[in-house]
Design a protein. Sequence first.
Length: 413
Amino acid sequence: MKTYDPPPDKAITHRALILAAIAGGDTRILGPSICEDTLATAACLKALGISITVSKKMALVKGSGLHGLKKPRGPLNAGASGTTLRLLTGLLAGQDFASTVTGSGSLLKRPADRVAAPLARMGAKIRLSGGRAPVFLAGSALKGMDHKPEVPSAQVKSAILLAGLYAQGATSITERFRTRDHTERLLKHLGANISASGLNIYLKPGPLTAKDISVPGDISSAAPFLTAACLLEGFRLTIKNVGLNPGRTGLVRILKAMGAKISVSGLRSGPEPAGDITVSGSALKGIRIRPDEVPAMVDELPLLALAAARARGTTVINGIGELKHKESDRLRATLALFSSLGLQARADKDSLVIKGPQVIAGGRAADTFNDHRIAMAAAVGALLAARPVKIKNPACVNKSYPGFFRDFKKIFR
């Protein structure tokens, strides 16, 4: 049996940096994710006057308190990080200064109106560029609101909660489907007046207090290793100290429902649950996946599609519309990856149908569409393919996991 230590969680690190920046006092973020996306968040916060020192073992954030951010000298650059853009938009909406948040590459093509619209309802003076970034914020007084999102998005939810810290009155959110709750957990950890029950979240504005934050391993970065191990006969892998947030473990639950031999041990609590996952090579069967199950594995759907192609029977994944608004049109990119691997799938407006088992032929180049999740899925496909697969632009994994290919080769060589 092999063991694997995944890199620290990117989503938690983003949120920890931002919340620590507006907490009173110094916060130590233990074991932060260091990648292009999180470094973009740190750079933006530094431009807002926050002192941040980052090393592999720790990020030290000297919080300014809720009202201590400084007007930036120029536009804040989120790079290609959608999380950075959306969360900063919520953070800056209620400041007493104007600011601009921009980005680069595919981020400038992704819709920003889904975060701008609810913030405008709170009183934010916000302007977009054709529905996309750059985002221009005049800075304004906000009021709390009751929000019922039409599209499940943890990033939009987080932006509203950040704005709610600065609003007059309480803010409540009622979700249609449960999404990852990293922001809610960290807000509570830092002393915010927040409560959650089922799909309902309630936040009263107020200050945050600095407190150490430990970052577990990233379940999304571990997902390619989990999927590959599941599909290799006779293989056994333990993934150590990985985050087990219920809003992130959808792939684990679905693979188990398909017949995968997966167990969890060493459960640890904290603001975030974590533990060890052991997976063995398994014979899978096709299943139907409901729309409400998708938000908990939206980043892992290309990997699930590969697993479905190797499973016996038909798998139907419903509720896939959100894939079109990721770093690439991830549905189109997944279908292109299938084609390059010699696999077949059928997609309509909101579902993906895959019949298996299919042979992964390989022998062609796989386009990543500059999307780190597609590159990682391509690595799994290449591992299982009958013929070699060349992965185009593999460096796109630097967005979230710079050492991905090194670690993948080490485990599966």
